[in-house]
Design a protein around this ligand. Structure first.
Ligand code: ADP
Ligand code: MG
Length: 319
């Protein structure tokens, strides 16, 4: 048994919703159970887990519900939608993990936290937001929204020929601090499996009267790396749908990156093989964690989580 090492796990989109899923609650629960079964293997091996997860598809659907339902009930802003999805997914994971653990007579408690992550209002990404969120709009809808929602930035994201080609874009600022980190540390010390920083955390900025929600989306891998750093996790483990970060990705000479030092990974990342918006931020998040003093960061697929921790499988970035 490896005693009490802490693993900060970041779960990607497919941990909750498969590509061809409609997104029903039943489908999401089924995926969360499948994911949780892999995590239980690590818990049984004696590791403490802190779990974070994406919320892209869930927040996307909830934003569509805000748009469609706003004639009947008030629409909620992006920060509140982020908190709502943290609640939704936190509930699903605490229920699934709790049930699976109790079925094995393991009494380790599981709890999820609605978690705020501090960002800077001066983050350069606010000047040129590029993260699309919510439904696609027609030109007419986009023009109407520009009047209705003067704070929204709407960009054309599809070619002229497509009817619904406009979408709201928001900033993706860097996570500076995790507001509830002291609570999370207390929970870890008490032996609780914690679900936190879901969807990258609810982005908040320091306002004149305290913290305020910000209409932004923090990258969940970068927010996970920040939390891993703050709780001094032994390992930061990113679980996605590919077994490795790859060089020459998608080309005939594609090659897995196996165990590399931080310096080696820095050089590899300069080659541009880790694409922006997918593998790029994962590699960057891993490098940040190791740079901040973390011993090891791993990128692999969900089904290899246990092998990655126990046998060194996957892309492993070490000091
Ligand atoms: P998640 O939703 O699990 O957080 P993403 O879908 O954003 O993850 O990123 C994983 C995807 O990154 C892979 O499915 C793959 O298509 C893509 N990708 C881009 N560049 C690379 C690379 N160099 N090596 C491996 N996968 C890559
Ligand atoms: Mg994905």
């Amino acid at each position: 048994m490896t005693q009490n090492k802490t693993i900060m796990v970041a779960l990607g989109g497919n941990a909750i919703k498969s590509a061809d899923d409609e997104g029903t609650a039943a489908e999401q629960f089924a995926n969360v159970y499948k994911t949780s079964r892999e995590l239980v293997k690590l818990i049984k091996a004696g590791y403490r887990l802190v779990i974070t997860h994406g919320n892209g598809p869930q927040a996307g659907n909830l934003l569509i519900q805000q748009e469609e339902g706003k004639k009947l009930v008030p629409d909620m802003p992006l920060d509140v939608v982020g908190a709502m999805t943290q609640g939704q997914l936190g509930y699903m994971f605490t229920q699934a993990l709790g049930n699976l653990l109790r079925a094995e007579n393991i009494q380790t408690p599981v709890a999820a936290l609605v978690n705020q992550v501090l960002v800077s209002p001066d983050d350069p990404d606010y000047q040129d937001p590029s993260k699309p969120v919510g439904p696609f709009f027609t030109k007419e809808q986009a023009e109407k929204l520009a009047v209705e929602k003067p704070n929204w930035k709407i960009k054309q994201v599809k070619p002229e020929s497509v009817e619904k080609r406009f979408r709201r874009v928001v900033a993706s600022p860097q996570p500076k601090a995790n507001v509830e980190v002291e609570v999370i540390k207390k929970m870890i010390d008490a032996g609780i499996i914690v679900v936190a920083s879901g969807g990258g955390g609810v982005p908040v900025v320091q306002g004149p009267n305290g913290l305020e929600g910000s209409a932004a989306v923090i990258d969940k891998d970068l927010a996970g790396a920040k939390l891993a750093e703050l709780i001094q996790a032994d390992v930061f483990l990113i679980l996605t749908d590919v077994s490795h970060a790859k060089l020459h990705y998608g080309k005939p000479d594609e090659k897995n990156v196996e165990t590399v030092s931080l310096d080696e990974m820095k050089k590899l990342a300069e080659g541009g093989d880790f694409l922006a918006g997918s593998m790029g931020p994962k590699v960057r998040a891993c490098m940040k964690f190791v740079e901040a003093g973390g011993a090891k960061a791993i990128i692999t697929s969900l089904d290899h989580a246990y092998d990655a921790i126990q046998s060194g499988y996957g892309t492993q970035i070490v000091r």
